[in-house]
Design a binder for this molecule. Structure first.
Ligand code: ADP
Length: 408
């Protein structure tokens, strides 16, 4: 039987998908549907065709996630551009689920109980979990006999120790409402850490790794002996590093002060810290790092300031995680900014000799958007750039969980 895994990431008005052939880790088809719920939803489909790939873009009315997934299935099995013949050629479906709460410390085979758990976490991830669940239920209706697995963004961080995940608030905040650090981007950090170890030919269990996922959302993670022991996002994805439009760490009293001064409602304040802050808020130009870099090069002062604050925050987290792990072996940069920005990596790694970080400028310039070691040959800490692959990780987890089930 073919080991094709369908990976689904259902958002509020979008569905991203990828069909991966796990026998040779190749992408058979991928794409995304935007504007789900609208008359003019847009479908971008990329599919294997002969020795290469082709793309199509089309638009049609897609009222719900269920129709979106049905459309994807039909594309995959289409007479002309299809990549599989039968629905049975899909071995299993892996869903990206943002929040698994404290209960889910790893990926889970989807049952009624797991669905209830996802529902129970809606309060903690109101923008994501409801849509992730809708995707799961749509698949159950469309292809009821298929194996489905939930891969949680929070699961990898469930190894973070208690003294790290409890906030210094009255303890009831945790015991009554579950307010604690959960962390996100777990699938990416897990992939990056394991791939770094694989590339270096060293056992993951022997390494102290800091993974910096720097995209529109950004987080750092301390991975000691293969386990997440701390991460910069917290109860929500708002804390930690500066992001495209999110503020990251600030003094919480600032919120109270601003709400008082400007008579902002909680909702207005939430919009400010989630959508009007970060690189965008500081620069006043854009949330896009490339644009900010260009503006800074042309002398735009606040763009340069945004870059400086962004880089400094990352540097601080690296220092604190090296302290938390009592050392550092590998520093990895991933996601859009981490994989591609030579300037940013250079800024973060400069004046870090005390930690044993010695960046090789030529290597740093050479590796953009690809896997590579960018530190000097004798650098104590190996610095790497490594494209993240959350879809592959979800597919691998889906296969593993289905495999375990079959072995029972
Ligand atoms: P998301 O979190 O939405 O998946 P990405 O991982 O795609 O985001 O990262 C998007 C960010 O990466 C943007 O700020 C973009 O400007 C930045 N980026 C992409 N390519 C480059 C590049 N060559 N140099 C600097 N920044 C880049």
């Amino acid at each position: 039987m073919k080991k094709n895994i369908l990976i689904l990431n259902c958002g509020s008005s979008s569905v991203k998908y990828e069909l991966m052939d796990m026998d040779n880790s190749g992408i058979v088809a991928s794409g995304f549907i935007e504007r789900v719920g609208m008359e003019d939803a847009v479908i971008h489909h990329h599919y294997r065709c002969g020795d290469g790939y082709s793309d199509i873009k089309t638009s049609k009315s897609i009222p719900r996630h269920r129709e979106a997934i049905e459309f994807i299935m039909n594309l995959l099995m289409d007479d002309e551009i299809g990549v599989i013949e039968d629905i049975k050629d899909i071995y299993g479906i892996g869903h990206r689920v943002v929040h698994g709460g404290e209960k889910h410390i790893e990926s889970a085979y989807i049952t009624g109980e797991v669905k209830q758990d996802i529902k129970d976490c809606i309060d903690l991830a109101p923008l994501h979990n409801p849509h992730n669940l809708t995707g799961i239920e749509a698949c159950e209706k469309l292809i009821p006999d298929h194996h489905q697995v939930a891969v949680f963004d929070t699961a990898f961080h469930q190894t973070i120790p208690r003294h790290t995940y409890i906030y210094a608030l009255p303890y009831e905040a945790y015991s009554k409402y579950g307010i604690r650090k959960y962390g996100f981007h777990g699938t990416s950090h897990q992939y990056v850490a394991s791939r770094a170890a694989e590339m270096l030919g060293k056992p993951l269990e022997k390494l102290k790794i800091i993974s910096c996922h720097l995209g529109n959302g950004a987080s750092a993670c301390a991975v000691k002996e293969g386990k997440s022991i701390d991460t910069s996002m917290g109860f929500t994805p708002l804390s930690g590093l500066v992001m495209g439009t999110r503020c990251g760490d600030i003094d919480p009293a600032v919120l109270l002060y601003l709400m008082n001064k400007e008579a902002f409602s909680a909702h207005e304040m939430s919009v400010i810290i989630n959508r009007h802050s970060g690189l965008f808020g500081i620069s006043g130009v854009s949330r896009d790092f490339r644009e900010i870099l260009e503006q800074a090069k042309e002398g735009h002062d606040r763009s340069q300031l945004a870059i400086d604050i962004f880089a400094y925050r990352i540097k601080k987290y690296i220092g604190s995680y090296a302290a938390a792990m009592n050392g550092l072996d590998v520093l990895v940069f991933t996601a859009g900014i981490g994989e591609n920005s030579v300037e940013l990596r250079d800024m973060v790694c400069s004046e870090m000799e005390y930690l044993g970080i010695d960046l090789d400028r030529k290597r740093n310039e050479k590796y953009t958007g690809t896997e590579g070691i960018i530190s000097a040959a004798d650098s104590k800490v190996t610095v790497m750039t490594l494209p993240t692959d959350e879809e592959f990780m979800i597919a691998r987890e889906t296969l593993r969980i289905i495999g375990e089930l079959k072995n029972v």
